[in-house]
Design a protein around this ligand. Sequence first.
Ligand code: AMP
Length: 184
Amino acid sequence: MNLILLGMPGSGKGTVASWLQEKYLYRQISTGDLLREERKVGTQLGKQVEVIMNEGKLVSDEMIIELVKKHIKTVGFKGVVFDGFPRTVFQAKSLDETTNIDQVIFLKVSEKIVVDRLLNRSDDSGQRREDDNERVIKERIKVYMENTQPLIDHYEKKCLLTTLDGGVSIENVRNKVKEVIESL
Ligand code: AMP
């Protein structure tokens, strides 16, 4: 069973996806994490995407689709949970051609909440992301509205979309996600 988590930056997709990987044996494919890993290792791709990511713009569809292909492994997993992918209609259509998607969970959160969350988040070691600053957050939200929001319609038409309130506590969101996947 393959899932997609959809939502603005800061809507909780990453948190839910890593929990699904740990607890329910879904393979998490987070294109943002994969790109950050490429940058850390210093690959050619990592170098190419650095400026784009720091400006909150989108990496090209071709690069992203190639990256996903490289990492999509389902053996030993219940399925895949995509987080941060697809982000454009082109990416979604390309995924439609290769992978059967069983459910798309849209974590709906207000802009105010996501800005607050992004300005206050840090990773386990207390590190903050370079793109979590006010200027770039604004750009990422704009990019989301223009490129990613149309995917809600795309998956609604396919009758695959479930909308959840992502503005509540993480425990609450997890419980709702659990209900959705257990009902499939
Ligand atoms: P994220 O960790 O999902 O917020 O992604 C961080 C950044 O990586 C984004 O702002 C984009 O620059 C890039 N990125 C991640 N996923 C994608 C994608 N599916 N398509 C294009 N760019 C992406």
